[in-house]
Design a protein around this ligand. Structure first.
Ligand SMILES: [Zn+2]
Ligand SMILES: [Zn+2]
Length: 129
């Protein structure tokens, strides 16, 4: 079982199920929310148990798009969209080590910060259309 938590320890969570490999999201929202880019694993929402759900503060960055942070220390923890209620993204840096995961994919690379040098070998995606 994987586990993780925020910087101050107010939020601890467990994942009783498979974790997706890590995707980097460079979109402007994730860039501002994390201060860099969101490196996210993901799991079935029903597999994730948060010890104290009231310790997570949810911010609706857009209709149906929610970012979950620790209400005490501000750590970036979770991301979810109403369109996929069964799916929860988990900020990979909050997982307890070792995760056994690998970074495979970069999203919204056109919005990546100009100082960021993207890793070789990642599958890159950009705005749809
Ligand atoms: Zn915290
Ligand atoms: Zn993003």
């Amino acid at each position: 079982m994987a586990s993780g938590g925020c910087l101050c320890g107010a939020v601890r969570y467990e994942v009783d199920g498979p974790l997706r490999d890590v995707w980097n999201c460079h979109c402007e929202r994730c860039r501002r929310w994390t201060g860099h880019h969101l490196a996210a694993s993901a799991a079935a929402a029903s597999d994730v148990t948060v010890g104290d759900p009231s310790a997570v503060r949810w911010y609706a960055a857009a209709p149906g798009v929610h970012y979950g942070s620790c209400a005490t220390c501000g750590s970036s923890l979770f991301w979810k969209v109403d369109a996929e209620p069964g799916h929860l993204s988990i900020a990979a840096g909050t997982l307890d080590q070792p995760t056994g995961l690998a970074t495979t994919t970069a999203w919204w690379v056109s919005e990546a910060a100009d100082y960021h040098r993207r890793a070789d070998g990642l599958v890159e995606h950009d705005l749809e259309g």
